[in-house]
Design a protein around this ligand. Structure first.
Ligand code: 5GP
Ligand code: MN
Length: 315
């Protein structure tokens, strides 16, 4: 069920113990939005705790209060909460956090593919990042945006807009970023933390680029990382951006084999709606950035994906 931002704020005001979570494969928007809300709710005198069911990439460990994020432990059954706040995703992608509580769900998101089935959802598909919504929510709750909260929110905006380069960057996004800088954000601190790569990742980029293939007369470019390569790699963050920029490429994708018959797909586009392609394969995302998991071997996953992209190009 869709609700308004005012109604979402009222639900947060009424709650006392809030479990906050976001999606696995967490990015700056997922971690930034959850940590920002946690701090806002605590300042309002509430008990608030972030749980995320994944290892979070090292670049985000610099965020204020990062060390307080908990990961559900196997067998852990219950966390005393009266509200489960799910940010930047629909409830299917929160892993084992789903088993921690039976509390009612409040969902706040900016993914066009989130339908809000079975939960109370505030969604704004036009905003660049969930952190943009959290900024507005802070105003709605009369919460002070401290330098720590601002740093978390700015990281979400920066990450989801590719540092204010993607087409989801609107005047409002830049205005909010400016206000966050006024609240104490140091933009260079965040960009330096986010762009940092280990030598291992640079070697990974070399392997990824060696696998580069083109399809449909150069309109589509893809990279492939098999399981042995993935086992040696800490992160593939940003790899896809290297081929997204190729002249003439509309859709760029990367397939990485995470387990036997489990391939993660990332897609980026300049025109085609890749959220529809991802959706047709059981995933989701945004018009120009989306992803899914294909439960096949790498070669079969490639075939399925390239066919789905081809069909979208012809539409
Ligand atoms: P990335 O390629 O950076 O992993 O993801 C791009 C966008 O697509 C992000 O907004 C992410 O949340 C979304 N996305 C990626 N994978 C999935 C998926 O399996 N399911 C859904 N619903 N969204 C996804
Ligand atoms: Mn996001």
């Amino acid at each position: 069920m869709l609700i308004t931002l005012k109604e979402a704020a009222a639900k947060l005001r009424a709650a006392n113990k809030i479990l906050i979570t976001s999606h696995v494969h967490s990015d700056g928007d997922a971690v930034g939005s959850t940590l920002a809300v946690m701090q806002m709710l605590r300042a309002m005198g509430k008990t608030a705790q972030v749980f995320i069911d994944d290892n979070i990439i090292k670049n985000l460990h610099v965020l204020p209060h990062f060390e307080e994020i908990r990961r559900p432990i196997d067998g852990e059954k219950f966390f005393d909460a009266d509200l489960l706040l799910i940010l930047d995703t629909s409830p299917e992608r929160i892993g084992k956090v789903r088993d921690l509580t039976d509390a009612p769900i409040l969902n706040i998101d900016h993914h066009v593919t989130n339908s809000g089935e079975g939960v109370e959802l505030y969604v704004e598909p036009e905003v660049a990042a969930t952190c943009e919504i959290i900024f507005k929510l802070a105003k709605e709750l009369d919460a002070e945006i401290t330098p720590d909260i601002a740093t978390c929110l700015y990281t979400g905006l920066a990450d989801d807009t590719g540092f204010f380069q993607f087409s989801n960057t609107r005047a409002e996004t830049l205005k909010i970023a400016g206000e966050l800088v006024n609240c104490g954000v140091k933009p260079n601190f965040i960009s330096e933390a986010m762009e940092k790569k280990s030598a291992n990742e640079i070697f990974g980029i070399r392997t990824a680029l060696n696998s580069l293939k083109f399809f449909y007369g150069g309109k589509v470019a893809g990279m492939f990382l098999d399981l042995p390569t993935m086992k040696k790699l800490d992160s593939t963050e940003g790899f896809i951006d290297l081929i997204r920029v190729i002249d003439g490429v509309d859709v760029a994708f990367m397939i990485s084999e995470r387990e036997e018959k489990t391939c993660r797909v990332s897609m980026r586009s300049k025109g085609v709606d890749v959220s529809k392609i991802a959706n047709s394969l059981g995933g989701g995302g945004h018009i120009r950035a989306a992803g899914c998991t294909i439960y096949e071997h790498l070669a079969d996953a490639e075939k399925i994906l390239v066919e789905a992209i081809g069909a979208a190009l012809n539409n």
